[in-house]
Design a protein around this ligand. Structure first.
Ligand code: 0A1
Ligand code: ZN
Length: 884
């Protein structure tokens, strides 16, 4: 579907649905090229609406007939326009029967009903149900569903839908059927159907209230040996939601299905979650520690949606963060709790903040910046963003920071008691938090309505005589598209003070009580001053502890202060932060030195600080690994007005090499001493050791020493798990070893052969090559021609094309514009196949206006070239916003 003019939908234009649906009966006669869908819907006029028109939505449907209250409608009985079908002046109670034909084998968008490896799957969020039948496909229309699936018995032995299986049986012509009944009212976006040749791992599980439930994980046969971790994660999720939020599973059966063609990560369809295989399949041979952790968090995320999303859903799509921000926050807390330690929680927090800064901060400063609750969209699929998800989660976290865990829980309880079974808004959530905690949160609402990352400036003054410390905080939020003026936010600002020995000092605010050793300052005005009294000596300030608000802190601390925090802060997050700030400061100067042709140098004090961290065995390996990982190139770009990708890359490579040289012995020791014992376990302690060991290896390989190439080759050959094997191979490919060691090169082929039948591992194979700083456009083009490459599978397309365009700064931004040309060519081709995935690729050029002039020109050319093509609504919206 291509469009030349796009319609913008505004949040302010929301009106209630004229008709509500009590129940829908769906019958599917499945066939790959033709599927018949019969939808029988009982509709009732909504007393809150003045309109008496039934409005149905449909896309790419072949309408056979519509019968209303027993009468077949003539074409003149309804009007269709732009995907809407309107039946005017309808009586209060009606039954509609809609017969349609659809063509799953032609559906490459992976929305609605489609085929993957010959099996049927659906994806209905946000507006995919309208590709199945004409229906009031909007989240505030909630109905109970009965679904009958009929299909060939041999080809599709398994027939699944939401809810409970109530009947099965045989039909003539080797066909069979199943009837599913979902007693929970749900919007159409939560409908799901799966039919095919699948097998499952299943278990009966006892809930806290003593009920037994059936848990199933469905996959293709060859993947059954990779389902144990997903099942474990599901059981952990159920237990966690019971104990942390008192929320129980409301179904007798909970199913997860893995599919290899999927646009996103996973989908929370009621009782029938559908997952990208990437977030289900794992065993030590094929999955890395990161894969294991992601699976746990995504399984949790989808499960938690059962309450925050399914039981209480969104009134309209502008409220998407109501369910997504909240559910991401819940999955973050789940993963953090599961680590079972304070340092584990800190590791998780650091990783989450890294994602936010690396992906969401640039979004909030670019052409697609939008509030957590957007005001307008052309294509809702473009708003499944890091702002709605990750910044939304930070907004939810701030309630917890303000009210504590207990206050937050009270707010959640009130939210469910008020809204269970309904479709509501972000303001309803805010009101529940405010009322449960007796607090006026009207100012807090600005976190939902204003886009942009606020900047908070900190200035301090210590008065030795008075023994007081004044902390002045001021806030400013830069303009974003459509929002030039911003009002001050309510910012919870966590702070602590360290004495010269590095100990936390007791805190007391003027006129206040003792506040322990960490307290939350509430910044609500444009600027405010806070005075701490009885401050025994000039402290080093630990500001914005645990990243208590999604802001950019502007606080000039000296190297000495940062080094002090790096060695002593009791807040693990801020220890890490101090190291990152020391490194980032130097990376910015080094980048400038590269641009000016100045010699590059790195001070000893900095290298020594890194050495101290690396050798500090009292610190968890995982925390050391995070502290010793340099800010990414993207992160450095964020700190510069103008982006010079090559200079940034060279600066960072220089820093890596220098740290490798200066700390060579310590890296070697780290590699030697962090080997894990016994059989592979994806637990945080072992994963942390592997991460540190593999970071050490990658630093050592920066030294261009054949001894280390050999070491990596041996690690690859000896590895009994994918984490170590992939790390060795990636380090080899990304270092100079590849060109000098034929043996290293052979490993790439070996890896391919070994894992030829494991699609997810072949994705890794493509992606590790696409992200190599040595992979020029020729390498990428050759890989595109590889028989295993296809644009049709989103995971595969992402591994190679996104890997190159998004995660290979040095090569993508080639001076001759060849990277941008590659981008535009593939974007145009992909858009014809799958608009949703294409629109994500389009986002690679978000930052083009900040590129150095020599790159801006070819970038603009590529963008203009794309904009001149016929494009989907998805891609058109992004390209137009990027160019504007
Ligand atoms: N609600 C899902 C994300 C999701 C959104 C759209 C999709 O369409 C292809 C698929 C999944 C989640 O947050 O997990
Ligand atoms: Zn979600």
């Amino acid at each position: 579907m291509t469009s030349s003019s796009s319609i913008t939908i505004y949040r302010q234009d929301y009106t209630v649905p004229p008709f509500l649906v009590d129940h829908i009966d769906l019958t599917f006669d499945l066939g790959p090229s033709v599927t018949q869908v019969k939808a029988t819907t009982r509709l009732r006029h909504n007393p809150e609406s003045e309109s008496h028109d039934i409005v149905l939505y449909g896309e790419a449907l072949e309408l056979v007939k519509i019968v209303m209250n027993g009468k077949t409608l003539a074409k003149s009985d309804y009007a269709t326009d732009n995907g809407e079908l309107r039946i005017a002046n309808v009586p209060d109670d009606v039954t509609l029967v809609v017969d349609t034909l659809i063509h799953p084998d032609q559906n490459t968008s992976l929305m609605g009903l489609y085929l993957s490896n010959g099996n049927f799957f659906t994806q209905c969020e946000a507006e995919g149900f309208r590709k199945i039948t004409w229906y009031p496909d909007r989240p505030d229309v909630m109905a109970t569903y009965t679904v009958t699936i009929r299909a060939d018995k041999e080809k599709y032995p398994v027939l699944l839908s939401n809810g409970n299986l109530v009947e099965t049986g045989d039909l003539p012509n080797n066909r069979h059927y199943a009837v599913w009944d979902d007693p929970f009212r749900k919007p159409s976006y939560l409908f799901a159907l799966v039919a095919g040749n699948l097998v499952c791992r299943e278990e009966t599980f006892k809930l806290a209230d003593g009920r037994d439930v059936l848990l199933q994980v469905w996959v293709e046969k060859n993947n059954l040996d990779k389902t144990a971790h997903a099942m474990e994660s599901l059981k952990h999720s159920i237990r966690w939601d019971e104990s942390r939020f008192g929320l129980e599973l409301d179904l007798d059966r909970f199913m997860i299905v893995a599919v290899s063609d999927f646009n996103m990560g996973a989908m929370e369809n009621k009782g029938l979650n559908i997952f990208n295989t990437r977030y289900i399949l794992a065993n030590p041979r094929v999955a890395t520690d990161t894969d294991y952790a992601n699976i746990e968090s995504v399984v949790g995320h989808e499960y938690f949606h059962n309450w925050t999303g399914d039981r209480v859903t969104c009134r309209d799509w502008f409220q998407l963060s109501l369910k997504e921000g909240l559910t991401v926050f819940r999955d973050q807390e789940f993963s953090a709790d599961l680590t079972g330690s304070d340092s584990g929680r800190a590791v998780k927090r650091i990783e989450d903040v890294r994602t936010l800064r690396q992906l969401q901060f640039p979004e909030d400063a670019g052409p697609m910046a939008h509030p957590v609750r957007p005001d307008a969209y052309q294509e809702i699929n473009n708003f499944y963003t890091v702002t709605v998800y990750e910044k939304g989660a930070e907004v939810v976290r701030m309630y917890q920071t303000l009210f504590g865990r207990d206050g937050f829980r009270k707010g959640m309880d009130l939210y469910f008691s008020r809204h269970d079974g309904n479709a509501v808004t972000c303001n309803d959530f805010l009101a529940a938090m405010a009322d449960a905690n007796g607090r006026d949160l009207s100012q807090f609402e600005r976190w939902y309505s204003q886009a942009g990352t606020p900047r908070v400036r900190l200035e301090s003054h210590y008065d030795e005589k008075e023994r007081t410390l004044t902390v002045s905080l001021s806030q400013f939020c830069p303009p974003t598209p459509g929002q030039t003026e911003k009002q001050p936010f309510l910012i919870p600002f966590a702070i602590g003070l360290l004495d010269s020995k590095g100990n936390d000092m007791p805190l007391r605010l003027k006129g206040g009580k003792d506040s322990g050793t960490s307290c939350i300052l509430e910044l609500s005005d444009a600027s405010q001053t806070f005075t701490f009294v009885d401050v025994a000596e000039k402290p080093v300030i630990s500001a914005l502890r645990n990243f208590s608000a999604p802001v950019i802190l502007e606080y000039e601390q000296s190297d000495d202060e940062l080094l002090h925090l790096l060695s002593h802060d009791s807040d693990h997050f801020n220890r890490w932060e101090a190291g990152q700030r020391l490194a980032a400061r130097r990376l910015v100067s080094l980048t400038k030195a590269v641009q000016d042709g100045q010699p590059l140098t790195l001070d000893t004090a900095f290298a020594d600080a890194f050495r101290t961290v690396l050798s500090d065995t009292s610190l968890d390996a995982a925390l050391r690994e995070l502290a010793l990982t340099l800010p990414s190139e993207m992160m450095v770009a964020e700190r510069l007005d103008e982006i010079d990708p090559h200079a940034i890359h060279q600066a960072r490579q220089f820093m890596r090499r220098t740290l490798a040289e200066k700390l060579e012995k310590e890296w070697r020791d780290a590699w030697d001493r962090n080997r894990t014992e016994g059989t592979y376990r994806p637990v945080p302690s072992d994963a942390g050791k592997r991460a540190l060991k593999n970071l050490a290896l990658s630093y050592l390989l920066a030294l261009d020493n054949p001894v280390y190439c050999q070491m990596a080759i041996e690690q690859y050959n000896r590895a009994d798990n994918m984490t170590d094997r992939l790390a060795a191979l990636t380090s080899l490919v990304h270092s100079g070893c590849m060109n000098r060691h034929p043996e290293a090169k052979a490993l790439l082929d070996d890896f391919y052969r070994e894992f030829e039948n494991e699609a997810l591992v072949i994705d890794k194979w493509f992606s590790l090559q696409a992200t190599s700083p040595h992979a020029g456009i020729e390498t990428i083009t050759t890989l595109m021609e590889h028989p295993a490459f296809t644009l049709k599978n989103p995971n595969r397309a992402r591994s190679l094309i996104f890997g190159f365009c998004h995660n290979n700064m040095a090569q993508f931004h080639a001076a001759d514009g060849s990277g941008y040309e590659f981008w535009s060519k593939n974007l145009i081709e992909l858009d014809r196949i799958n608009p949703q995935v294409a629109a994500r690729l389009a986002r690679c050029m978000d930052q083009w206006k900040r590129y150095i002039p020599s790159l801006r020109k070819p970038a603009e050319q590529a963008l203009r070239h794309v904009s001149e093509q016929p494009l989907s609504r998805d891609t058109r919206e992004i390209i137009e916003k990027t160019l504007s």
